[in-house]
Design a binder for this molecule. Structure first.
Ligand code: PXL
Length: 270
């Protein structure tokens, strides 16, 4: 066996399997990497209450202990963060990244689950902006998160997305992908990539019906897998877009509320 390529996710558990650490570890495996995980929250969804999400954060000290275990083997080849759950956990993630001189850091600034539109925890959103964006190789906000991080509010056009990317880059993230996904009007699913000097508009055909629960986590995990494998950022992002489109095409209806992506879709289509 040649060198093991290591990836890490600091994120929440989605028991329904499409998002969170479940998405990340499955995606890391698809990229041929060895995945580590530090669990930050446990999320449950209630079928008796319209699939309402409840988020239970893990004690921040326990997140720190998990990271101590993981980094006992030295830095990983690339890592990502997902749902962090509290300001204290954001601080723990920041400290682990700094103390271990970890590079190739993908920050997915998770603020809400799909279908829920309140910022889970506004203080954590501020902490992600102030403490983690300066450490980010790539940050992957959706439209809503990009509006919050940039302070621009509701984004509705590609021009808005570009403006938000520029603001978010100024906050310290080296590369920014604003995921319009299917949220913008029109036939295409559109994301904007900004590397600090140039914008690239990434387009794909909107997929209907969209079984897309977990698409955001899977996209960020795929970028992480690409970086771990040595791809330049722009190539890691472009491949991740193909990877997540295939995962959506292979998604399935789990119940009346949710249809997750299938993380093995890209492999099956090859
Ligand atoms: O898709 C956002 C998300 C991230 N992380 C976890 C989740 C969700 C949404 O359900 O459960 C753990």
């Amino acid at each position: 066996m040649s060198k093991i390529i290591k990836t890490l996710t600091i994120a929440g558990s989605d028991s329904s399997g499409g998002a969170g650490i479940q998405a990340d570890l499955k995606t890391f495996e698809e990229y041929g990497t060895y995945g580590f995980s530090a669990l930050t929250t446990i999320v449950t969804m209630d079928p008796d209450n319209s699939w309402h999400h409840s988020v239970y954060p893990v004690d921040a000290a326990l997140v720190a202990e998990q990271l101590k275990t993981i980094f006992a083997g030295g830095p990983v080849d690339a890592m990502k963060t997902g749902m962090l759950g509290s300001v204290e956990i954001v601080r723990v993630a920041e400290k682990a990244i700094k103390d271990n001189h970890q590079n190739n850091v993908v920050i997915d600034p998770v603020m809400v689950c799909k279908g829920e539109d309140e910022v889970l925890n506004p203080d954590s959103a501020d902490a992600i902006r102030d403490l983690l964006l300066p450490l980010a190789t790539v940050v992957t906000p959706n439209l809503f998160e990009a509006g919050v991080l940039s302070g621009l509010g509701k984004l509705t056009t590609i021009e808005d997305m570009k403006k938000a990317s520029r603001r978010i880059h100024e906050l310290g993230a080296k590369n920014v992908v604003v995921k319009g996904g299917k949220a913008l009007d029109g036939e295409k699913a559109i994301d904007v990539f900004f590397d600090g000097s140039e914008f690239t508009v990434l387009e794909s055909t909107k997929i209907e019906p969209a079984y897309n629960h977990g698409a955001g986590c899977t996209f960020a995990a795929a970028i992480t897998g690409g970086l771990a494998n040595g791809l330049p950022v722009s190539e890691a992002v472009a491949k991740a877009k193909d990877f997540v489109s295939a995962a959506i095409r292979s998604g399935y209806q789990f119940n009346e509320y949710v249809g997750p992506v299938f993380h093995g879709g890209y492999r099956l289509e090859k």
